[in-house]
Write a protein that binds this ligand. Structure first.
Ligand code: COA
Length: 215
């Protein structure tokens, strides 16, 4: 029998996560928790068929009923919401399983920490390490022995080549390529479509090919 999984945040990323979860055999998305202030009606709002069962201020009660959670708030400019929600739910006793699409490939010897989702057609190659509460988005490639920190979003079709290090709380934008053996400093934003040939040792916002630091 599938285990119930509660999703936190009902936006676009949540819809993609629901498809990943439903294709697997392990979990059933039973409800979505929305931000405080979201208007709850007698007839629950449904997102991709999954009902909104409460708001952030009801998390304590929801955890009593369902212990397993996935943060489905997206992450572009800041990971702050995903970090706060993760820490709050963990402090209240909630658990964060790893969710892996059956269409993804995760090689032997890979480590994936709690709360991370590996989405359709992603490939995580041998001896890679992925931190907690990360999004490894559709079609992303994490090559051998790379290390991805906590609260990182590797966006759609991004390529992290072998032996790279991606620091905590970083976004690697859609279609971006990291050459092998480069590091990206924690708290960085690397824009969609960038090419990173050398390590980025300072946090900031990096854009394009050739790459430039804009902030
Ligand atoms: C990194 C990012 C968040 C920065 O966004 P931002 O802070 O709003 O930056 P702006 O849009 O103001 O852009 C700043 C400058 O960089 C340029 N720029 C933005 N994105 C660029 C890109 N991908 N390539 C080249 N230049 C880019 C803008 O034209 C602008 O130039 P200007 O100052 O000469 O006008 C954004 O560029 C990005 O990549 N978002 C992620 C997209 C993505 O991967 N989504 C996937 C969702 S699953």
């Amino acid at each position: 029998m599938k285990k119930p999984l509660v999703l936190i945040g009902g936006g676009g990323h949540c819809k993609s996560c629901i498809d990943v979860i439903r294709m697997g055999v392990e979990f059933e998305p039973v409800g979505i928790v929305e931000h405080a202030g979201f208007e709850m009606n007698a007839e629950p709002v449904r997102i991709s068929g999954v009902p909104v069962i409460g708001t952030d201020d009801q998390l304590k009660e929801i955890i009593h009923q369902f212990p397993d959670f996935l943060i489905t708030v997206g992450q572009i400019k800041t990971p702050a919401a995903r970090i706060t929600l993760f820490n709050t739910i963990r402090a209240l006793g909630g658990h964060f399983p790893v969710v892996i699409s059956p269409l993804a490939h995760v090689a032997r010897g890979v480590t994936i920490r709690e709360g991370t989702i590996i989405m359709h057609y992603a490939l995580v190659n041998t001896e890679a390490v992925i931190g907690q509460n990360c999004i490894i988005n559709t079609g992303a490639l994490i090559e051998h022995e790379s290390s991805v920190g906590d609260f990182v979003h590797i966006s759609t079709n991004a390529i992290v080549n072998g032996q790279c290090i991606v620091g905590d709380r970083t976004l690697i934008g859609s279609g971006t390529v990291l050459a092998n053996n480069v590091s990206v400093a924690p708290d960085s934003l690397v824009s969609a479509g960038s090419v990173v040939l050398k390590s980025l040792n300072r946090p900031g916002t990096y854009i394009g090919n050739p790459l430039r630091k804009i902030r």
